[in-house]
Each structure stands twice: as structure tokens, then as C-alpha cells.
Design a protein. Sequence first.
Length: 330
Amino acid sequence: MRRRGVVAAAGVAAVTLPVAGYRYATRRWRRRLLAAPRTQPGEDELAPAIDAMGGEVVRLRSRDGLRLSARWLPAAEPKGRKTKAAWQPDPHEAIVLLHGWSGSVAPDIVEYAPFLRATACVLALDFRGHGESDDAPTTWGMNEIEDVAGALAWLGERGVQRVALFGTSMGGITAIASVGVLGDGTLAAADMDIDAPAGVVPAPRPLIVGVVADSVPPELAVGVGSRIPGPLGRVVADRLFSAAVICQGGEAVWRHVDVAKMHMRDFSDAFIDGYLDAEWPAIGGCVGGYRIEGPGAQLFARIEGSHFTILGLPLLPLLDYLRVRGVMPA
């Protein structure tokens, strides 16, 4: 009986230690994810390029009262445009640029604003707790929707009637969620202020007419596993899905979904401490909190599937299709 009791206790300990380590790791991840770095290394070097675009730094308020920083960039005809017709932007249209977790919107301005301005004016927004906006915890879209609502109100006051949301990573999550929470303009008084003084008519909020979003929610396995009952939830959650679609003439002509299976190993508290200290903040914007192409590979005991799928694109099937279509040499 004594030996059986010792074996049983050892078995319980063997199960408890990995679980405790996982909970410790997720607590550390959670604390760091809520406190996003306001700026990323090297952002100061982007100032000359942003200043050369013109525009102005503006201040606006989120729907729940936080002061937010943004940059307003008027539409600009791209250099080298070859057309006989005079190009004229629609003053009633704008694009709201939404950045990812950590840092300000400055890198996105440099990367995306030059071609977005060829379509419409651009309002590049610093989310709460990022850049020059008021301090607040990062909530991965839950409260950042209030920032988007504030941006829409600011644009509505300036006569903008139609808006497209352009977001990457956390910005993509927020863009998609904003349509569901704020409405796409077809909902009557989606964000009416019932406490506003009588007789005060707020400026009409622009319609969200389009969303361009690149997003994968963090901790996908937790979200999936908690919503699918039984052992199937864990089976699905352990898999990473990556998809690509090619459209032509407004219709999807090719699509592919690839799957990789990730088997995480048991690791010690000392390992996760060292890993987070060495990899933070780079992994803060990575799905799952790891970079498989770097030290994050040490988190796994076994991986089944394509390396490209884990990075986020089923590259080999895509290249094969492009060769079949003659876009690339076979």
C-alpha cells in the first residue's frame, strides 16, 4: 500500500508540475501582453519619412473618453500615375489605419500610407496604451473598438461619410470586431448616446464600407479548445490552420487550407523565464507567443507539417498553382 501510495503521489506530481508551469507561463504572458511597449526600437528613425508625407498630428477622444493620438494624411496622387483623366479624391471617403500590438502606428504609416493615400485620405490611429495615446491596458480589440468609434466620430465631424478599416494583427482583429459591435452603418443609431443633452444632434457617423484585415487571435488553442466540447476541442486546438485564396474578377478562383500539428513539450519555470526575457518584446506580436524560426522552436517536442504553414502561408501549394497557371515558370 505504501509503495502504491508513493507511486500515485509521484504520478500526481508529474501531472501537476507541467500544469503549474503552464499556468505560470500564461500569467507572465498575460501581464506582458496587457502592457504593450508604446514604441518599438527604431521608430524614431521613421520620423523624417513620415514628416515628408505631410499631414498633421491630431488629437481625438475614444468613445469612452481616452485621449488618442493620430496622424491625418490627405489623399495624394501617386507619383508616376499614367492617366489622361484628372485624379480627384472623394472628400467624403477615408481609410482608418489600425496597427498591431506594441509600438505606435508609425511603422504602418511608412509601409502602407503611401499607396493607401492613392485611394483616399488616411487617419492613422495610435490605439490606447500605444504611441502618444493615453495609458490603458491592451485588450486585443475588446476596448480598442472604442478607439475606432472615436475615430469614426472625428471623421464624421469633418464630413466623411464612408470609411474603410485597414488593420494588421491586433488592428485586424479590432477592424473585424468593429463592424460587429459598431455596425456597418445599416444599424439605426448603433452608438447613440442616450445621456446626451436634449436637442444636441451629433455628427452622422461614417459608414464602414470595407475592411482589409490580417489577423489571427492570440492563444488560438485556448479559444478553440474552450468552445468545442469533449476531446475534439483539444484535437482541433493542437492544430494550426493556414489558408490562402486567389481572386480574379471579384471571384475566388483558387483556395487552399493547410494544417500543421504542434506538440508542445513540458518545460521548467527557469526555461520559460529565460525564454521570455530573451525574446520579449519580439514575440508579443506573434501568434501563440513564439517565433518558430527562432528560439521558439525549443518550446516543441514534435511538429508535423510545413514550416511555411506555421509561418502563416501555405507557400508550396500556392507556388504550384501559379506554375500551373503560367504565372511562374514551371
